[in-house]
Design a protein around this ligand. Structure first.
Ligand SMILES: *[C@@H]1O[C@H](CO)[C@@H](O)[C@H](O)[C@H]1NC(C)=O
Ligand SMILES: *[C@@H]1O[C@H](CO)[C@@H](O)[C@H](O)[C@H]1NC(C)=O
Ligand SMILES: *[C@@H]1O[C@H](CO)[C@@H](O)[C@H](O)[C@H]1NC(C)=O
Ligand SMILES: *[C@@H]1O[C@H](CO)[C@@H](O)[C@H](O)[C@H]1NC(C)=O
Ligand SMILES: *[C@@H]1O[C@H](CO)[C@@H](O)[C@H](O)[C@H]1NC(C)=O
Ligand SMILES: *[C@@H]1O[C@H](CO)[C@@H](O)[C@H](O)[C@H]1NC(C)=O
Ligand SMILES: *[C@@H]1O[C@H](CO)[C@@H](O)[C@H](O)[C@H]1NC(C)=O
Ligand SMILES: *[C@@H]1O[C@H](CO)[C@@H](O)[C@H](O)[C@H]1NC(C)=O
Length: 487
């Protein structure tokens, strides 16, 4: 991230005439009573509270004719797009990236893609509660366009489960852009299969995408064409009976989910890995693994892992991480107990890259117990996304319905629970930062996050076919104001 933030003059705050009475005269700075601070390395990291909420309806269709959904799987601020308006509001463009289409019944042949969404941000700083309708004036979102992703030879990428493996390209690994073995639906349908979860935009128009099938990291050119692939260490590449197998249906014996690092069971999967690659000369030199750390994820009261859905660089050694349960709107259980954007500090953590732990024969956490030779990163809870006071300011709420994990009942049987549009979405999976440009607070950022709604709508279109998922789960967005200090 570039820490040279442009300094704007704040002229005033909310004068958007579209906004109703409760907003006029609202404060131009966050109410200090809403702030929550944690100290890290003697520096105050401050959550100044939720400042905006917006949504795109669950039945909105994009330019290809498909339902717009899953878009909170990854978001990024379009470079150079963020600007302050004369009226004190802000405008910009978010690039959002869905995962693998409407796949509640089965995986589908959904082409990877990203969308541009323009926004107007009118940060709301008062402690008074807005109505849900008023709240939506604080972040107004407008879909603009879609970019589709293509594999080698201009073949469309797919979202189908990966029963096949395409052999590595000639020259791998010596040629930087030659592909390793690649996940494909089957040997007669050689389309790169993607389940996209991460997105980083580069200044030259190319962008990096992380995917769950590999799990790999891909670079695409500005027209959406595959340029190159990063394959993680052997310990992470999924294998069944010793053979690479990318299927998401059966857990592998070693590598990613069915992972030797504690297994896929939530009671043992707490310790995960954070990898750092050198991407300074990606076309000349295959990105080299430079560092690798162990991150201890938070756990719920039953000692089950609350998995991480996103990370974002803050400063040397410090990252933001979004960890959560899967409860809320779109899930059978509406009552969420943990959704949090936290800090990880890797400065004292053991760098295990290139060690025995990069081999599948040396797990870092057998049965969930971390190898005693490894010091993990520090994990610091920071921003509670389901704080009742903060949600109520935007007409939002956490759920009340708790179903036992083994329950087969669905939300449809619980019409009494307020599982409506004002219930917070279940699956928040993204972080983007934009500098506030307030000279009094040079380290203040707007932190954007969006939910993956799993394409859940009663009026859906998927690959040209209508569908009814039985629930309308809007694409929700939230914006916080945070102070992220650096020395
Ligand atoms: C919720 O937010 C309010 C206002 O920022 C704060 O006073 C309170 O401590 C928070 N509660 C929790 C449980 O974090
Ligand atoms: C979405 O649903 C709303 C409310 O039912 C309706 O007014 C609107 O026309 C629908 N939009 C699309 C694109 O189907
Ligand atoms: C991967 O595993 C699945 C399920 O066991 C199997 O159907 C498939 O053929 C395997 N693929 C390869 C390339 O071995
Ligand atoms: C391979 O996948 C394609 C796309 O789903 C499908 O049409 C085809 O029948 C599959 N072939 C085999 C041999 O399974
Ligand atoms: C979730 O929602 C319930 C009901 O609204 C509330 O009582 C509870 O405190 C919330 N949970 C958390 C962790 O904030
Ligand atoms: C690293 O560990 C040392 C020794 O325990 C401690 O003094 C220091 O504060 C730690 N630094 C960070 C950034 O955690
Ligand atoms: C891990 O746990 C399983 C099941 O409890 C047990 O059979 C196995 O021996 C354990 N492995 C080690 C290395 O402790
Ligand atoms: C805002 O809403 C919360 C939750 O419903 C409520 O507890 C609180 O009293 C409300 N605040 C005001 C100022 O009305």
């Amino acid at each position: 991230m570039n820490w040279l933030t442009v300094v704007f003059v704040i002229l005033r705050t909310l004068t958007n005439p579209a906004l109703g009475a409760p907003l006029s005269g609202a404060p131009s700075e966050p109410d200090p009573a809403l702030a929550f601070t944690v100290q890290l390395d003697n520096l105050p990291f401050v959550n100044k509270g939720l400042v905006a909420f917006g949504l795109i309806p669950s039945n909105f269709t994009e330019s290809t004719g498909d339902t717009l959904g899953g878009i909170g799987s990854a978001i990024a601020l379009k470079l150079g797009s963020f600007q302050q308006r004369k009226d004190g509001g802000f405008t910009g463009t978010l690039v959002v990236q869905p995962d693998r289409g409407f796949n509640v019944d089965t995986t589908i042949n959904y082409q990877g893609r990203q969308h541009e969404i323009d926004f107007i941000l009118n940060p709301y700083y008062s402690s008074e509660n807005l109505t849900f309708t008023q709240a939506q004036e604080t972040l107004q979102l407008q879909y603009k366009k879609t970019l589709l992703y293509t594999d080698r030879r201009n073949v469309k990428t797919s979202g189908l489960d990966t029963l096949g493996v395409r052999p590595a390209e000639f020259g791998f690994p010596f040629i930087a852009v030659a592909d390793p073995v690649m996940p494909i639906p089957n040997s007669t349908f050689s389309h790169l299969s993607m389940d996209n979860e991460g997105l980083v935009l580069n200044k030259d128009g190319t962008f990096w995408v992380s995917d769950e099938y590999g799990p790999y990291i891909y670079r695409f050119d500005s027209s959406g064409g595959l340029m190159q692939t990063i394959q993680p260490p052997e310990a992470i590449v999924p294998r069944i009976n010793g053979v690479v197998n990318f299927t998401s249906v059966t857990g592998p014996d070693t590598g990613r989910a069915g992972n030797q690092d504690g297994g896929s069971d939530k009671s043992t999967s707490r310790f995960t890995r954070l990898l750092a690659y050198d991407i300074s000369l990606p076309l000349v030199l295959r990105p080299v693994l430079k560092a690798e750390f162990v991150v201890p994820l938070p756990q719920n009261s039953k000692a089950n892992t609350l998995a991480s859905s996103e990370i974002h660089f803050v400063s040397e050694g410090i990252l933001l991480v979004l960890s959560r349960d899967g409860n809320g709107h779109g899930d059978d259980t509406t009552k969420s107990k943990f959704k949090s954007i936290d800090l990880i500090d890797i400065r004292n953590a053991t760098d295990i890259h290139g060690s025995k732990f990069d081999s599948p024969t040396h797990p870092i956490a057998i049965n969930g117990t971390l190898d005693s030779s490894i010091t993990p990163a520090a994990y610091i809870e920071f921003l509670d996304m389901i704080n009742t006071t903060q949600l109520a300011r935007f007409g939002l709420h956490n759920g009340t319905m708790e179903l036992p994990e083994y329950s087969l009942f669905t939300y449809r049987l619980y019409a009494g629970d307020p599982a409506d549009a004002t219930l917070i979405d279940a699956k928040w999976e993204s972080i983007a930062l934009a500098p506030v440009g307030d000279p009094k607070f040079p380290h203040d950022f707007f932190l954007f996050t969006a939910a993956d709604n799993d394409f859940l709508t009663t009026q859906g279109i998927s690959l040209g076919q209508p569908y009814n998922a039985g629930i309308d789960n809007d694409n929700q967005f939230m914006v916080y104001r945070v102070t992220l200090p650096t020395k």
